[in-house]
Write a protein that binds this ligand. Structure first.
Ligand SMILES: [Zn+2]
Length: 571
């Protein structure tokens, strides 16, 4: 949290003041080429330069790995900084004086600092107490090695009512203990410790600072686990346990393993699967998926094989596919968790099970039932899951695989629903195909805003394959209906701002400037594609009506089919 006001106009000022060529020129050697600068891409290994920088537009773009953005993105990416930190660094370097944040924003920042200090003080105390007999015996019994206790910072909260509150008295204010979720207020107004007689597990932010705790009872009480409540720093729907440790392994493993419990996660780390994270008693959320997508390509979800576990796996699969992550599903025998398996079968045994994890469609097919009728019936819900994929090629491949397993020709599956546009960190699969890029370049950059609407008259948004193109075409149509021009600044209302910036960078650098002639060609192609799609659908329906002898329906369909089969696109 920054002490400065980083509202949009302020950030824009920094963006304009920063010389993108100077900033990038410090990381790689740039050579002047026409209006742009060219160098070897810092994000992927290459021998011939394909990394373009435009000082005029303030953007960079790599033709090889398709990464692109503005000067702030570049600093975030190369120096691994958060957005605010990158803005502050650039402001300092290029002499922009940032205005101070509002008193309210400053109060929130100070509160966050106090909460962090309280959590750290609690963590220090809990860690000291973990060497006492009871927690040590418990951890030994569970097979947690002393080194693991140390690595994960496991601790112990004694069974006293006010052990922590008393220990921090005079050092941490009562309201901060409450705000940090470390204490609970009784009816008499007195505070008592939230975690009592439990092994404590610190939950870290992705950058490694303690933001909450989990607590495990030493016995087998019904309420075995207790988490910190939601606080200013901690939200369980956004936090993945051990992500701060797992990120270091992602570059090598190229995958992330997601399990459901702390101790499963800890056991897997100890067994060498250091790419493991755990959800904190919630299902896998979109925020979780976004965190993962920024860092890794493939996610293996490892859940219990009972009914609840299978449902959780289905829901996780849908969420992860929406972020174009590759997914593998590993279901474990319902009475065993990863901790048990590692203990019984060793790392090799668990590794073998991982090898056998099911691909997306394989898993969906096993969930569809064993007879062909059952499969046909279940096909619809499986299709809904794969249709959230943004990458059309992948979506089609998954549909095909499902159709084959269900014994239904893929053409009969019907139109693909337009998937939601979600934030993306990876761009490779995300950019629309070249034809659509050229169209977007024409309507977003080259054409005056009044002409955009006119040019697209009669082009249905669904004619485009890529969700981003469709969303933008839809926005153009809506603007037209409302009688106002479409402004680029308005795109961020429906599309994630980072996606918009990346798209614009790609358009500036990759798509050629559009001529009026070129535009007509693109529109004609879109129109033609839409016509063919509609015709294909009509053909199927006509065949069906023929089979059923439904002559009235047949007439209706032919009425639509006839002009469509002849008409040439508008010129
Ligand atoms: Zn590159």
């Amino acid at each position: 949290m920054s002490q400065y006001d980083l509202s949009r106009p302020v950030v824009q000022q920094v963006r304009e003041a920063a010389d993108i060529v100077a900033v990038i020129g410090e990381v790689i050697t740039l050579k002047h080429r026409g209006r742009n600068w060219l160098g070897l891409c810092p994000f992927h290994g290459e021998k011939t330069p394909s990394f373009n920088v435009s000082r005029e537009k303030g953007t960079y773009y790599c033709f090889g790995c398709k990464k692109g953005g503005d000067v702030i993105d570049f600093v975030m990416e190369t120096e691994r900084l958060a957005f605010g930190e990158a803005v502050e660094r650039l402001a300092e370097r290029f002499g922009v004086v940032l205005p101070m944040a509002s008193p309210e924003a400053r109060r929130r920042r100070d509160e966050a600092g106090e909460i962090t200090a309280a959590l750290e003080a609690a963590q220090a105390l809990y860690r000291r107490q973990v060497h006492e007999d009871r927690p040590r015996a418990f951890l030994e019994r569970r097979g947690v090695a002393p080194q693991t206790v140390l690595d994960f910072g496991l601790g112990f909260a004694r069974g006293e009512w006010r052990g922590l509150c008393d220990a921090l008295k005079g050092k941490v204010a009562e309201r901060t203990l409450l705000a940090a979720g470390l204490a609970v207020q009784g009816e008499d107004g007195r505070l008592w410790d939230r975690f009592r007689d439990r092994v404590t597990i610190p939950i870290n932010s992705s950058r490694g600072s303690v933001i909450a705790f989990g607590g495990r009872t030493l016995g087998d009480d019904p309420a075995k686990y207790l988490n910190s409540p939601e606080t200013a720093l901690f939200s369980k729907s956004q936090t993945l346990f051990a992500l701060d440790r797992a990120v270091r392994a992602f570059a090598k493993t190229e995958r992330c393993l997601v399990v459901e419990g702390y101790f499963d996660c800890i056991a897997l780390h100890a067994a060498g699967f250091v790419e493991t994270v755990a959800t904190l008693g919630t299902s896998l959320t979109e925020q979780h998926a976004r965190e993962l997508q920024r860092r890794v390509r493939r996610v293996v979800v490892c859940f219990d094989g009972d009914a609840a576990g299978r449902r959780a796996a289905l829901s996780a699969l849908r969420t992860l596919l929406g972020f174009d992550l590759e997914v593998r599903v590993l279901l474990l025998p319902s009475d065993q968790d990863p901790d048990d398996i590692v203990r019984r079968e060793g790392s090799e045994g668990f590794g073998r099970r991982l090898e056998g994890a099911l691909r997306e469609a394989e898993f969906l097919v096993t969930e569809m039932g064993s007879t062909r009728d059952e499969r046909r019936a279940a096909l619809r819900s499986s299709l809904e899951i794969v249709d959230v994929c943004r990458d059309p090629v992948r979506r089609y491949a998954l549909r095909e695989e499902l159709a084959r397993a269900a014994g239904v020709p893929v053409e009969q599956l019907g139109e693909v629903e337009s998937p939601r546009v979600v934030a993306s960190g990876r761009v490779v699969a995300d950019l629309p195909p070249p034809g659509e890029l050229a169209l977007l370049r024409a309507i977003l950059i080259d054409l005056p805003s009044a002409r955009r609407i006119e040019a697209l008259r009669g082009v249905p948004p669904d004619a485009a394959d890529h969700p981003l193109t469709r969303t933008i075409l839809k926005m153009v149509a809506e603007s037209a209906a409302a009688g106002r021009p479409l402004e680029i600044s308005g795109l961020t209302s429906d599309i994630d701002e980072r996606d918009v910036r990346r798209l614009l960078a790609a358009l500036e650098h990759e798509a050629p400037e559009t001529t009026e002639e070129g535009l007509q060609l693109i529109l004609r192609e879109l129109w033609e594609r839409q016509r063919k799609k509609r015709l294909a659908l009509l053909n199927t329906e006509i065949a069906q009506a023929e089979r059923q002898g439904d002559s009235e329906r047949l007439q209706q369909l032919l009425h639509e089919w006839l002009p469509l089969s002849k008409r040439t696109p508008p010129s």
